[in-house]
Structure formats: structure tokens, C-alpha cells
Write a protein that binds this ligand. Structure first.
Ligand code: HEM
Length: 466
């Protein structure tokens, strides 16, 4: 395997030599957070960044990270700025709510989420991955394929099937991709204008329009399901997440979700459930495209494990290297690169005085690229996840899904989905980077590539299932 070869360093923005001043940070931060980082950001235990509106404390020290994310000493709610950035898309849902409201929502969603139990979700994931392969065979004949778009289509299809028991049409998936890209384009300047206390220049309206385009997908499906449940008492319910959300009751009041709240939760599960996975899968396909030896080893392992049979749950267990590829991708390109929390009590951390309202940033991007935890931190080395000496780092300094009570509800779902999608992709195609510049990661709400991730896909005859 590629273990003995020199390790490749996939693209990331060259850190600035020194911390940028207010004006420079505004200009650079307009397009992407990670471009404002400077060399010391990748080494320091804790740093401070001042904006006219807010002070940010960036915490990389693992003991402090645990203190914040585990909330053992005091509450560390999601910061109001983050809630504001997400509100048009998700309302006040389980991703952004705090305190008792969040607790009740999570309690109502947890059983709904058991409906996405991994065994149960498997067929939906496999069907979406097979549909992806079919579409990609057609698309690949036209030239390089943008993997960001392709991975959005398949992950949106997976979550749609799990939520609503029906596939998402490719045209709908494209519309979601375009609307979310518009949202991302406006949200980053919005955040900068807010932080600098400047007029928002219509950004809020444009974000609301993009969000409405995405949310419009759901209302007709909910209405149709409610009617069907009323009319067809005798018919078995599909038993998907929508059914479970309709049956969910508030732990104290016994009330169901109000119609708007239900839409907020559906939009949240849809967006959190596909945008992040799409980003990581697009980077994973790029990383493997740049390592032909690894790619051939993986394709051979998939063929050995499953032959030409349809993928089954037991095949996934026998493909640890595919899992390590995805873990390493999430280390290098965490889709949620910054977690934001609010200081609720005045306190001192590493000699820095914090006041209520200050913003604390825990950054998977920085922690997972810190040389104190990871040797050759910017290099692509999936095998590191197989080495016993990485186990402490993998436990403590690998947090693409967050940690503590607010840890991602879909972690197991995402890992299973990734292995199915990557196995299907590698079974059908040999991947190579398209000619032209390497993709450039930019981080806004999620981490994406500035101009997409184009790959050349050549059919691998003989390995795809019969
Ligand atoms: C590679 C894929 C994924 C990544 C990297 C990811 C990452 C994250 C992270 C970092 C958080 C915590 C944010 C914070 O602490 O501020 C989170 C929360 C969440 N994620 Fe994921 N996620 C992924 C896939 C999914 C999937 C597939 C679903 C649903 C099907 C999902 C649903 C959620 C929800 C509902 C929350 C909010 C949990 C709460 O606050 O109680 N995510 N995710």
C-alpha cells in the first residue's frame, strides 16, 4: 500500500505569516474563514480574535476543548451568531436551539432517529448509491464530473429516502445544490458584515430566498402524508423518519411538533444529513483519485469481499481501509470546521478573561491539523488510523462530528453511508483528477471547494455488480 511512499500533501490555504489586522481579516474573511488563519493558529493552545461586534476565543488545548464540549462545569450553548446564520434554513431546531428547548427537541428526535437505524437505512443507501453509479456512467461520457455536485445528489437522495420513503429526482437534487450554494455565498459576507457592525446590504433577504427554495420541497410531502394517515387507517405507515416525527410527543407537555417546528426539524435533518456528507465524500473521492495505488488496492479489496453481489452490511465490516480513508478525509477536510459556543459565565482560561456573550471557537480544522497530536498533520495518510499509536489522537483530537451532548446525531449513519457510496464508486470507476488547478478548500458554513472538484471517471469494467 502507499505506506512506504512519500506522503502527499493535499491542498489547503497557505497560512498567513502573521495574524491579520482588522481590515485585512475583513477582506480575506469575506470568502472563507480558513484563509484568515496564520502560522501560529496551527500550533497555539488558545488565541483571541477581536471583531468590532464580538471577541472570539479559539481553543485548541484538548483539556479545554473537553471542558467546553462536555459542558461539565457550566453550560456552553450554541452562540447566538451561529443561530442567526442558520435561522432562515433551520429555524430554531435541534441543531441550533439551546437549554430546555433543545433537550425536548432532542428527546423527540432521538426515537425518530432510531428509524434511521443502520440496518434499516442500508437498503435506502444502497439504492441511492446504485442510482448514482447509473447517472455517473452517463455523465462521465460528457467529460470531467464535478464530484461536489454528484456527491450532493447521492447524499440528498439517501436522506430524502430515509425521511420520506421516496427517491429525490436528479433535477430536485440539482436545485437543492444550487440553492445551498447561493446560501453559502451570502452567509459568509453576512457574517463578516455583522461582525464589523456594517449594513447587511440585502444579504438577509437573499439568504431567506435561497432557504425558502430548499424548504419548499418539504411542505407538500408533509401535507400529503398527513392526509394519507387520516384517510388510510388500515394501511401500514411507511415507518420512516417523517412518520416518527409526526408521532413524536414533547416529553413534558405531550404535544406533537407544531407544523412550523416540524418543517424546521425536517429541513435540519435534510440539510445536516446531506450537506456535510456530500462535502466529505467529494474530498474523499479527490484524495483517492490522487493515489492510484491506494485506489487499486481498495477496488481489489471490494471485489474480493463482495464479488459481483449487491453490497451487504457484512461486506462493509470487511473493508476497514475504506473506513480509514473516510476518517482521514474527515481529519483533513472536516465539513464543519468551526464549532461556536457562547460564554455564559465570566471566567479565566489560560490567563485570558472571558465575559458572558464572548464567542468560543472549537475548530476541528485546527485541532486535526495540529502537529502536537498528528505527525505530518497536513499529509494524507489513511493508514494512520490503523496504527495503534494513533488511538489517543483518534479519540481525543479527531472531532469531525463534535463531542459531548451536542455530538452529531447522524455519525453512524454518515460513516455507513460513506463506505457504501465510496465502495460503489470504486467498483464502477477509476478516478483521476481532471486537468487544471487542484481544488481549493474554502470554509463558510461548511467546507467546500471554491470551484468544485472535477474528476475524470473511467468505467472499471468487470468489477461492478451484475
Ligand atoms: C460526514 C457527515 C457529518 C458530519 C461531519 C457532521 C458533523 C456534525 C457536527 C460537527 C455537529 C455538532 C455541531 C456542534 O457541536 O456545534 C453535528 C450535529 C448534528 N448533526 Fe451531523 N454531521 C454529519 C452527518 C449528519 C447526518 C447524516 C445527520 C442526520 C441524518 C446529521 C444530523 C445532525 C444533527 C441533527 C445535529 C445536531 C445535534 C444536536 O445539537 O443535538 N449529521 N453534525
Amino acid at each position: 500500500m502507499s505506506e512506504t511512499m512519500a506522503l502527499a500533501t493535499p491542498p489547503y490555504p497557505a497560512p498567513l505569516r502573521h495574524k491579520a489586522g482588522l481590515l485585512r481579516r475583513f477582506v480575506i474573511g469575506w470568502g472563507s474563514w480558513i484563509h484568515t488563519l496564520f502560522e501560529k493558529s496551527y500550533r497555539m493552545k488558545m488565541g483571541t480574535v477581536r471583531f468590532p461586534l464580538l471577541r472570539f476565543f479559539v481553543i485548541n488545548d484538548l483539556a479545554l476543548v473537553q471542558d467546553v464540549l462536555e459542558e461539565k462545569r457550566c453550560p456552553w450553548p450554541k452562540h447566538g451568531l451561529m443561530t442567526e446564520l442558520l435561522r432562515p434554513l433551520m429555524g430554531q431546531s435541534v441543531f441550533s436551539a439551546n437549554g430546555a428547548q433543545w433537550q425536548a427537541q432532542r428527546a423527540m428526535i432521538n426515537p425518530a432517529f432510531a428509524h434511521a437505524g443502520l440496518g434499516r437505512a442500508f437498503p435506502a443507501m444502497r439504492a441511492a448509491a446504485d442510482a448514482m453509479a447509473e447517472q455517473l456512467h452517463r455523465a462521465a461520457m460528457q467529460g470531467p464530473v464535478d464530484m461536489e455536485r454528484a456527491m450532493t445528489a447521492v447524499t440528498a437522495d439517501v436522506i430524502f429516502r430515509t425521511l420520506f420513503s421516496q427517491p429525490l429526482a436528479p433535477a430536485q437534487a440539482d436545485a437543492v445544490f444550487a440553492a445551498f450554494a447561493r446560501y453559502q455565498r451570502h452567509v459568509q459576507p453576512y457574517a463578516m458584515l455583522r461582525l464589523y457592525r456594517l449594513p447587511l446590504l440585502g444579504r438577509r433577504r437573499r439568504m431567506a430566498r435561497a432557504a425558502a427554495d430548499i424548504r419548499a420541497l418539504f411542505a407538500p410531502l408533509v401535507d400529503a402524508r398527513i392526509m394519507a394517515r387520516g384517510a388510510l387507517d388500515q394501511m401500514p405507515a411507511p415507518g420512516d423518519i417523517l412518520d416518527a416525527l409526526l408521532d413524536a410527543r414533547h416529553p413534558h407537555t405531550g404535544a406533537p411538533f407544531a407544523p412550523d417546528d416540524l418543517l424546521d426539524q425536517l429541513a435540519t435533518l435534510f440539510l445536516a444529513g446531506h450537506e456535510t456528507s456530500a462535502s466529505a465524500l467529494a474530498w474523499a473521492s479527490y484524495l483517492v483519485a490522487c493515489d492510484p495505488a491506494l485506489q487499486d488496492d481498495l477496488a481489489e479489496a471490494i471485489a474480493q469481499v463482495s464479488g459481483k453481489a449487491a453490497l451487504a452490511p457484512e461486506h462493509l465490516k470487511a473493508l476497514p481501509m475504506l473506513r480509514h480513508l473516510f476518517q482521514e478525509t474527515l481529519r483533513l477536510y472536516p465539513p464543519v470546521s468551526f464549532l461556536m459556543r457562547e460564554v455564559t459565565q465570566a471566567q479565566v482560561m489560560r490567563g485570558k478573561a472571558m465575559r458572558p456573550g464572548d464567542l468560543v471557537v472549537v475548530s476541528p480544522w485546527l485541532i486535526q491539523r495540529n502537529a502536537d497530536h498528528w505527525p505530518c498533520p497536513h499529509a494524507f495518510d489513511p493508514v494512520r488510523f490503523a496504527r495503534p499509536e494513533s488511538s489517543t489522537a483518534a479519540r481525543e483530537a479527531w472531532l469531525p462530528f463534535g463531542k459531548g451532548p451536542r455530538v452529531c446525531i447522524g455519525q453512524g449513519f454518515a460513516m455507513q453511508e460513506a463506505v457504501i457510496v465510496l465502495a460503489t464508486l470504486l467498483r464502477h470507476f477509476r478516478l483521476a483528477p481532471a486537468p487544471g488547478p487542484a481544488p481549493e478548500p474554502v470554509s463558510r458554513l461548511t467546507l467546500r471547494a471554491r470551484r468544485g472538484i472535477p474528476l475524470v471517471l473511467s468505467p472499471r469494467h468487470g468489477l461492478e455488480q451484475a
